[in-house]
Design a binder for this molecule. Structure first.
Ligand SMILES: Cc1ncc(C[n+]2csc(CCOP(=O)(O)OP(=O)(O)O)c2C)c(N)n1
Ligand SMILES: [Mg+2]
Length: 898
C-alpha cells in the first residue's frame, strides 16, 4: 500500500525477525480469518500504546462501545426515580408541542430530536452540569436547538415554568410565551447560548472553552470549575462551522470541553449517511484531530451477545451494516431484525436463538442506555489533555411509536392523535398519572407534574441543589465589575493630528493601545484579530500587549532583535486567531457575553478586513445580537475606493448595509479620529456603564492618510446621533446647498465645497454623517409615534430638524453604496442626491476608482449643480460646464452594471 510505503524506508535491524512476524500474520489471515487477524493487530497496537512506544493513533475502531462493560463507572443515582422523571419530561415535552399545534395549526415545534436525546440531557442534569447558585458561574451548556421542548418540560417540573407558559410555546407576542429555540434575546433569564442555526453552537462552544482558559491565564477569572458541554446533531456536523475548529480545541488541550453528538442517524430529510456510518466517520475525524472519542453505540443488553461473539461475526456484522439499514431496523420490528440483521449468518442467528422477537426488538442503542451514558460522561470529565466527544447512537423519535420512530419524516412531525398519545402513555408507563379518560377524543391531553413532596420531585430538586441550582439560567450577576477608563485615553484625539497625515485605522490602533494601558480598565481590553495585524498596523501592539499562547513562547522569534518583535505569552492579551473570521467571531462572542456568562465584563475589539466581516460571518453576527453581546466590531480597510489596488473581492462597499439589518448593531462610518474616539467612548459607557444595554458597535476604519482636524465645539451629541454640521458655507458666497460626507469621502466633499465657491460662486455647508442607521432608526421611531398619536402635534425626526435650515439640495457622498445614505432619503427636506459606490470593486488607484464610481470632487460638484438646476436655481448650462470642466464622460456606462 502506497500510504504505508514509508515503512520500507526505515532501517530494519533484523530482517529475519521481521519476515517471521509478517509470515505469522499471513498464517493467521489465511488460517483463522480476517476477524482474528484484526483482533490480534488491535491487541498488539493496544499493548504497544500502553507501553508508550509512540504508535501513531489509528483513527477508527470497530463499531462497538469504546468503554468495555467491565470498565464502566459505577452509577451512583437512583435509576428507577430518574427513569420516572425522564418519563414525565418526555410526556410533557410531547404534550407541549402537540397542544401548541392544536391551538395554532402550523406553529411548529419538534418532538423527535428531544425524544432521541432525553437520556443524554438527563444524565447531565442529574449528575454533571454545574449550576450557578453557589456564586460560581458553573458549566456552560449548549443545548441542541430542536431539543428545547424537553428543556422547558424539565423546567416545568422544577416549578421554574408554569403550565400557562407551556401553553404559550411558540407564542411569544403578548408576553409569557416560550421561544421556539434557545434565544437569550427573547428569554434573557433563561437561555444562555443560541444554538439553532446549525454549526454555530459547536464553534462557539470551542471558543467559549478557549476563552475560559484565556480568562484564567490572564487572571481575570478562575474558570477551573467550569466545563463547556455542547450538544449537537449528527446532521449538524456537515456545517463547516461545526468541524472547522476542532483542531484548535485539541491544540489548546481543551479538556474543559465535552461534545455530545446525538447520532440518531437522521437529519431533516432522511439518513445522515445512509450508505456509510456517521459514527465511524466522526470517530476518524475527531481522533485524527486529537480529541478523545467515546462511542456509545450499544446498550447493555448487547453486552452478553458481544461476550459470546467468539468468532467475531457479530462485530463484523456491526461493522459492515450501513446506517440506512440501521435506521430501517428501528422502523420495523423484532422479527425483521432477527431475519435481516442476525438472519443471514447461521452463527449470528444462533447467537439470538434464545431471545424472543420482543427481546430482539428491545436490544437497545447506547444513547438510550442511561448507565452507559453515565459511564461515558464520567470518563469524559476524568479524561485529561484533550477535549472529549461522545458519539451516542440513538433512535430519532424514540418512544413516540411506530409512526414516528426512525421514519424519514420524523423530524417534522409535531402532531400526535389521541391514540398515538395513548400509546406513548403506555410506553412511558404513566397509566396512573394520565388515565384513559384524560385522553378521550376531544379532550386536551394534560401535562403532568407530581406534587412537590413526591419522591421524584424531591430527588430531582435535590440533584440540582447538589450541583449548584437549575440550568439553563442566565442571572447576569456581576462578579468582577469593570471600571471605565474616564476621558484619559480619548483626550488626545480631540486636538487632531496637526500637519501629520494619519488614517482612522492608525488612530484606532493608538486608542486601543491607550485603553489597554489604562491601569484598571486596561486588563479588560480584549483585542481580537484574524491574521491581519500588520495590515492594520497593529503589529506594533504585539510586543507590548503580547499574543495569547496557552503554552507561552517556546522559541525565540525570528525578529527578536527588533523593537516590535512577535511576542507570545501565556498571559498575552491579544487573541491572534489566524485566518478564521468565524473563529475570531466566536472568540468575540465569548468575550462579548462574558458579562453574563461569567459576571466578568470585558471589552472585546474584533478588527477584521471589512469585506470579510459581515458577509463572511453574518450569521454569527446575527447570533451575537441574540446572545446579547456587548463589544466592538471594526471593519478595517473599509470602503470600495479607499482600499486601492486590491479589487473586487476585497473592496467593501456594503458592510454598512449588512450592519443595518442587525437590530442591535450600532453602525458608524467616522471620517475623523475624534469621531472614532467619541463613538468608542460613548459605546463603552453605553454598554458597560450603569445603562448596560445589550447592543454592540460596528465602526468602519479606513487606511487613507490625511491630517485629522481638531474636534469642533459641541459636536459630541451629533456624532452619536449620526449627523452634525462640520463646516458652514464659506463666507462671501450665497449659501446654496449642503454636502453630507462619511468616512474618507470627506476629501471629495471638502474639495467640492472649495470648487463650488471658487468656480460657481456658490456656498455649500459640510455635514459629517457618522451613522445613517442611527438617523433612520430615530426617524422611524418618530414616524411611528406620529402615526399612533394623530391628535398630538407631530414631531420631526432629528435628521429633518438638523437639515431644516439647509438652503438647497442635499448631496450625500460615501465610500459605500448609495443605499446607505438612501436610508434617510424620505426625511431629508428638499432634494436629496446620494452618491455612492454601487457595483463590483476594481484594482486601481484611489483617484481612478473614485472617478469610476462617481464619488470624486467633480461628481460631487456636478451633483450639487444638477440639484440646483432641477430646483431652477442655476442654468442647466452650469451643470454641462462642470461635466466638461472635470472631464466626465456623460456616455460612460453606470459602474453598477459594468
Ligand atoms: C444553518 C441551518 N440550516 C438549516 C437548518 C434547518 N434544520 C433544522 S433541524 C435540521 C436537521 C437537524 O438534524 P440533526 O443535526 O441530525 O439533528 P437531530 O434533530 O437529528 O438530532 C435542519 C436542516 C438550521 N436550523 N440551521
Ligand atoms: Mg440527527
Amino acid at each position: 500500500m502506497i500510504i504505508d510505503g514509508f515503512v520500507h524506508q526505515l532501517p530494519d535491524a533484523d530482517p529475519e525477525e521481521t519476515r517471521e512476524w509478517v509470515e505469522a500474520l499471513d498464517q493467521i489471515i489465511d488460517g483463522a480469518g480476517e476477524s482474528r487477524a484484526r483482533f490480534l493487530m488491535a491487541r498488539l497496537i493496544e499493548r504497544a500504546r500502553s507501553r508508550n512506544i509512540g504508535v501513531p493513533a489509528s483513527v477508527s475502531t470497530p463499531y462497538i462501545n469504546t468503554i468495555p462493560p467491565e470498565q464502566e463507572a459505577w452509577f451512583p443515582g437512583d435509576e428507577d426515580l430518574e427513569r420516572r422523571i425522564r418519563r414525565f419530561i418526555r410526556w410533557n415535552a410531547a404534550v407541549m408541542v402537540v397542544r401548541a399545534n392544536k391551538a395554532a395549526d402550523g406553529i411548529g415545534g419538534h418532538l423527535s430530536t428531544f425524544a432521541s436525546s432525553a437520556a443524554l440531557y438527563e444524565v447531565g442534569f442529574n449528575h454533571f452540569f454545574r449550576g450557578k447558585a453557589d456564586g460560581n458561574p458553573g458549566d456552560h451548556v449548549y443545548i441542541q436547538g430542536h431539543a428545547a421542548p424537553g428543556i422547558y418540560a424539565r423546567a416545568f417540573l422544577e416549578h421554574r415554568l408554569e403550565e400557562a407558559q407551556l401553553l404559550r410555546f411558540r407564542r411569544e407576542i403578548g408576553g409569557g410565551g416560550l421561544s421556539s429555540y434557545p434565544h437569550p434575546r427573547l428569554m434573557p433569564d433563561f437561555w444562555e447560548y443560541p444554538t439553532v442555526s446549525m454549526g454555530l453552537g459547536p464553534i462557539n462552544s470551542i471558543y467559549q472553552a478557549r476563552f475560559n482558559r484565556y480568562l484564567h491565564h490572564r487572571r481575570l477569572d478562575d474558570t477551573s470549575a467550569s466545563r463547556v458541554w455542547c450538544f449537537l446533531g449528527d446532521g449538524e456536523v456537515d456545517e463547516p462551522e461545526t468541524l472547522g475548529s476542532i483542531s484548535l480545541a485539541a491544540r489548546e488541550r481543551l479538556d474543559n470541553l465535552v461534545w455530545v453528538v446525538n447520532c440518531n442517524l437522521q437529519r431533516l430529510d432522511g439518513p445522515v449517511r445512509g450508505n456509510g456510518k456517521i459514527i465511524q466517520e466522526l470517530e476518524a475525524f475527531f481522533r485524527g484531530a486529537g480529541w478523545h472519542v467515546i462511542k456509545v453505540i450499544w446498550g447493555a443488553n448487547w453486552d452478553p451477545l458481544l461476550a459470546r461473539d467468539a468468532d467475531g461475526v457479530l462485530v463484523d456484522k456491526m461493522n459492515s451494516t450501513v446506517d440506512g439499514e440501521y435506521q430501517r431496523f428501528k422502523a420495523e420490528d423484532g422479527a425483521y431484525v432477527r431475519e435481516n440483521f442476525f438472519g443471514p449468518d447461521p452463527r449470528l442467528r444462533r447467537l439470538v436463538a434464545h431471545l424472543s422477537d420482543e427481546e430482539v426488538w428491545a436490544l437497545r442503542r447506547g444513547g438510550h442506555d442511561y448507565r452507559k451514558m453515565y459511564a461515558a460522561y464520567r470518563a469524559a470529565v476524568e479524561l485529561r489533555g484533550a477535549p472529549v466527544v461522545i458519539l451516542a447512537k440513538t433512535v430519532k423519535g424514540w418512544t413516540l411509536g411506530p409512526d414516528v420512530e426512525g421514519r424519514n419524516a420524523t423530524h417534522q412531525i409535531k402532531k400526535l392523535s389521541n391514540d398515538q398519545l395513548l400509546a406513548l402513555r403506555d410506553r412511558l408507563q404513566l397509566h396512573e398519572e394520565i388515565p384513559d379518560e384524560a385522553l378521550a377524543e376531544g379532550r386536551e391531553p394534560p401535562f403532568y407534574r407530581p406534587s412537590p413532596d413526591s419522591p421524584e420531585l424531591q430527588y430531582l430538586l435535590a440533584r440540582r441543589r447538589a450541583l449548584g441550582g437549575p440550568l439553563p439560567s442566565r442571572p447576569v450577576e456581576l462578579r468582577r465589575p469593570l471600571t471605565l477608563p474616564g476621558r484619559g485615553p480619548f483626550a488626545e484625539f480631540d486636538a487632531g493630528s496637526g500637519a501629520q497625515e494619519v488614517s482612522t485605522t492608525m488612530a484606532f490602533t493608538r486608542l486601543l493601545r491607550n485603553l489597554a494601558r489604562h491601569e484598571t480598565f486596561g486588563p479588560r481590553v480584549v483585542p481580537i484579530i484574524p491574521d491581519e495585524g500588520r495590515t492594520f498596523g497593529m503589529d506594533a501592539l504585539f510586543k507590548e500587549l503580547r499574543i495569547y499562547a496557552s503554552e507561552g513562547q517556546l522559541y525565540e522569534p525570528v525578529d527578536h532583535h527588533l523593537l516590535l518583535s512577535y511576542k507570545e505569552a501565556r498571559d498575552g492579551q491579544i487573541l491572534e486567531e489566524g485566518i478564521t473570521e468565524a473563529g475570531a467571531m466566536a472568540s468575540w462572542i465569548a468575550a462579548a457575553t462574558s458579562h453574563a456568562t461569567r459576571g466578568v465584563p470585558v471589552a472585546p475589539f474584533f478588527t477584521f478586513y471589512s469585506m470579510f466581516g459581515f458577509q463572511r460571518v453574518g450569521d454569527l453576527v446575527w447570533l451575537a445580537g441574540d446572545a446579547r453581546a456587548r463589544g466592538f466590531l471594526l471593519g478595517a480597510t473599509a470602503g470600495r475606493t479607499t482600499l486601492l489596488g486590491e479589487g473586487l473581492q476585497h473592496q467593501d462597499g456594503h458592510s454598512l448595509i449588512l450592519a443595518s439589518t442587525v437590530p442591535v448593531c450600532r453602525a458608524y462610518d467616522p471620517a475623523f479620529a475624534y469621531e472614532m474616539a467619541a463613538i468608542v467612548e460613548h459605546g463603552l459607557q453605553h454598554m458597560y456603564g450603569p445603562e448596560g444595554e445589550d447592543v454592540f458597535y460596528y465602526l468602519t476604519l479606513y487606511n487613507e492618510n490625511y491630517a485629522m482636524p481638531p474636534k469642533p465645539e459641541g459636536v459630541d451629541a451629533g456624532i452619536i446621533a449620526g449627523l452634525y454640521r462640520w463646516a458652514p458655507a464659506p463666507e462671501g458666497v450665497p449659501p446654496a446647498a449642503a454636502i453630507l460626507f462619511s468616512g474618507p469621502a470627506q476629501r471629495a466633499a471638502r474639495q467640492a465645497q472649495a470648487d463650488l465657491a471658487a468656480d460657481y460662486g456658490l456656498g455649500v455647508e459640510l455635514w459629517s454623517a457618522t451613522s445613517y442607521k442611527a438617523l433612520r432608526e430615530e426617524a422611524l421611531e418618530v414616524e411611528r409615534w406620529n402615526r399612533l398619536h394623530p391628535e398630538e402635534a407631530p414631531r420631526l425626526p432629528f435628521v429633518t430638524r438638523a437639515l431644516g435650515a439647509v438652503p438647497g439640495p442635499v448631496i450625500a457622498v460615501t465610500d459605500y453604496m448609495k443605499m446607505v445614505p438612501d436610508q434617510v432619503a424620505r426625511w431629508v427636506p428638499g432634494r436629496f442626491i446620494p452618491l455612492g459606490t454601487d457595483g463590483y470593486g476594481r484594482s486601481d488607484t484611489r483617484e481612478a476608482l473614485r472617478r469610476f464610481f462617481e464619488v470624486d470632487a467633480g461628481h460631487v460638484v456636478v451633483a450639487a449643480l444638477s440639484g440646483l438646476a432641477a430646483d431652477g436655481r442655476v442654468e442647466p448650462a452650469a451643470v454641462a460646464d462642470a461635466i466638461a470642466r472635470y472631464g466626465i464622460d456623460p456616455e460612460s456606462a453606470d459602474p453598477r452594471l459594468r
